[in-house]
Design a protein around this ligand. Structure first.
Ligand code: ADP
Ligand code: 6PG
Length: 185
C-alpha cells in the first residue's frame, strides 16, 4: 500500500475515534432536549431531537395520553440508530435526545450504531418532573404519561459502562460542565 493511502486510513481512523456520538436519555421533562441542544452548541455537534424521529401514529398516541408499547418503540429506536450510523458524515459527531428508558432500548441503539457511543442519563426525581411538565408549553407529551415513564424506566446499572449519570435538577450550565468532565470530551 502506498504511503499516502496509509496516511489517509490513519487520518480516517483518528477522525472517527475523535467523533462523538452521544444519546441524552431519561424520562419526559428531565431536560433531554434542552441539554442536548446546549451540548451540541458547546461542542459543535450535530443535533437531533428524538421526538422528530417518531412516526405520526406514535405522536398521536402519546398526544392522546397513551403510553407507547415496545412495538411502537422499536421502529423509533431503529431510526435513532440509523441517525447515529448516518452521523459518520458529521465531522465532530452528533448528540441525540432520546428517552431510551429500558436497557433493551439502549441495547437496540448500541447494536445499530458503529463506533464510540456514550449515554448521558439525566436522573430526575418524580417531583421535579411533575413540576417541569406543568411548566412546559407546546409539547405533545401530556403530564398524565409521567407515571408510565417512571414505570418503564430502567436505571442504567454499573454494567452499562458507556453511561454517565447527571442529576437532572442541576442548572443547565452545571449539568453541562459535569457531563463534559465525566465524558472526558
Ligand atoms: N437544567 C434545567 N433547569 C431548569 N429547567 C430545565 C432544565 N432543563 C430543562 N428545563 C425545562 O424543563 C422542561 C423540560 O425540558 P425538556 O428539555 O423539554 O425535557 P425533555 O426533552 O427531557 O422532555 C422545559 O420547560 C425546559 O425549559
Ligand atoms: O420530551 C418528552 O416528553 C419525551 O422526550 C417524549 O417526547 C419522548 O418522545 C417520549 O418519551 C416517547 O418515548 P418513550 O415513551 O419511550 O419515552
Amino acid at each position: 500500500m502506498r504511503a499516502s493511502a496509509i496516511e489517509g486510513l490513519l487520518a480516517m481512523s483518528s477522525s472517527s475515534s475523535n467523533r462523538l456520538a452521544i444519546i441524552v436519555m431519561g424520562v419526559c421533562g428531565c431536560g433531554k432536549s434542552t441539554f442536548a441542544a446546549a451540548l451540541a452548541a458547546e461542542r459543535g455537534l450535530d443535533l437531533i431531537d428524538g421526538d422528530d424521529l417518531h412516526g405520526e401514529s406514535a405522536i398521536a398516541k402519546m398526544t392522546r395520553g397513551e403510553p407507547l408499547t415496545d412495538d411502537d418503540r422499536w421502529p423509533w429506536l431503529d431510526n435513532v440508530a440509523a441517525a447515529l450510523a448516518d452521523s459518520v458524515r458529521s465531522p465532530r459527531g452528533i448528540v441525540i435526545a432520546c428517552s431510551a428508558l429500558r436497557r433493551s432500548y439502549r441495547d437496540r441503539i448500541r447494536a445499530g450504531s458503529s463506533g464510540d457511543l456514550r449515554f448521558v442519563f439525566l436522573d430526575a426525581a418524580r417531583e421535579l418532573i411533575e413540576a417541569r411538565m406543568q411548566q412546559r408549553r407546546g409539547h405533545f407529551m401530556p403530564q398524565s404519561l409521567v407515571e408510565s415513564q417512571f414505570r418503564t424506566l430502567e436505571h442504567p446499572t454499573a454494567v452499562e459502562t458507556d453511561v454517565v449519570t447527571i442529576p437532572a435538577h442541576l442548572p443547565l450550565g452545571a449539568a453541562l460542565k459535569l457531563a463534559i468532565t465525566k465524558l472526558s470530551v
